[in-house]
Design a protein around this ligand. Structure first.
Ligand code: GUN
Length: 287
């Protein structure tokens, strides 16, 4: 059994992106610039955005953070998004989700110019990804594919079972895995799938992305499977400084001994998602 070290791979890629940025700047090019919008004071969002801004510094990007109180109206936020669309110094930007209930996430996402949508959430980018055209691919699915590549895990013809059908992980990941050239056979399971255990027992690769801590148990995993854990549920833990710790969707202690490869939580998929955002920003800047 091999533990997939997402943190280590992410560090390698940080060096690769930083080297490319240095080269661009040395040759008189513009330093890539990522902006982030955060609305309100959601604890998880604060951490994620802070990590994204910190990562910009590590790879040599310029970054800007725009904060708004949750009282901002949808119209005001739409206007601000439009101002970033028109700001030629900013190569790409994200609006951190979730947004307050009175603001439509769909409307805001669709207002972002597809050429600056480095999250890959705009329907134009999602559609292009589905039919295999160049686009910004959302961060978690592309981070997972990068892990397969770097660990030389063969996906062609394999039975990939995805647990979860979210718009930002399950659905785009299914599309990428079945793409020509990747060539997996994909099954998606969700809350209404009656025989998840049986389906998992026929899998070569299981990707758990349902947000239920320790959902995937040892009796659901065939020997030799590759298991990827996308879960990051915060559970209270008084022994940590933050007062919580992250729990994955996989019962790691009991599942790991069965696997050929497995990602831990934290330190598996998580570090790769921010890397994918940086890669998309570099692409946007080069375009
Ligand atoms: N909220 C949780 N994950 C993400 C993400 O990848 N991008 C944005 N914009 N919001 C999120």
């Amino acid at each position: 059994m091999q533990i997939i070290d997402g943190k280590h791979i992410a560090e390698q890629i940080i060096q690769e992106i930083a080297a490319e940025v240095s080269q661009i700047v040395d040759f008189g090019g513009k330093r890539p610039h990522l902006a982030a919008i955060i609305v309100g004071h959601d604890g998880g969002s604060e951490t994620y955005v802070a990590n994204k801004i910190k990562m910009c510094e590590s790879v040599g990007f310029k970054s800007s953070l725009f904060r708004f109180e949750s009282s901002i109206s949808e119209q005001e936020l739409l206007q601000f998004v439009e101002s970033l669309n028109n700001n030629t110094d900013i190569d790409g930007f994200i609006v951190q989700l979730p947004l307050p209930q009175h603001i439509s996430e769909h409307k805001i996402t669709e207002a972002i110019s597809p050429s600056k949508d480095v999250d890959g959430f705009h329907p134009i980018n999602v559609g292009k990804m589905l039919i295999g055209l160049p686009c910004f691919v959302s961060a978690t699915p592309s981070g997972i594919l990068e892990l397969f590549k770097r660990y030389d895990i063969n996906i062609c013809g394999k039975n990939c079972v995805i647990l979860g059908r979210s718009n930002i992980v399950g659905k785009p990941l299914a599309a990428l895995l079945m793409q020509k050239g990747v060539d997996a056979t994909v099954t998606i399971c969700h809350s209404r799938t009656p025989n998840i255990k049986e389906i998992c027992l026929h899998a070569d690769i299981i990707i758990a992305a349902i947000g239920q801590p320790e959902f995937l148990k040892a009796d659901m995993v065939p020997a030799g499977a590759v298991v990827i854990d996308v879960g990051t549920t915060r559970v209270p833990d008084t022994s940590t400084k933050s007062g919580f710790r992250l729990k994955g969707d996989v019962d790691f202690v009991n599942v790991a001994p069965l696997c050929s490869f497995i990602t831990p939580v934290p330190g598996g998929v998580g570090p790769m998602t921010i890397i994918s955002l940086m890669k998309n920003t570099l692409l946007a800047a080069k375009a």
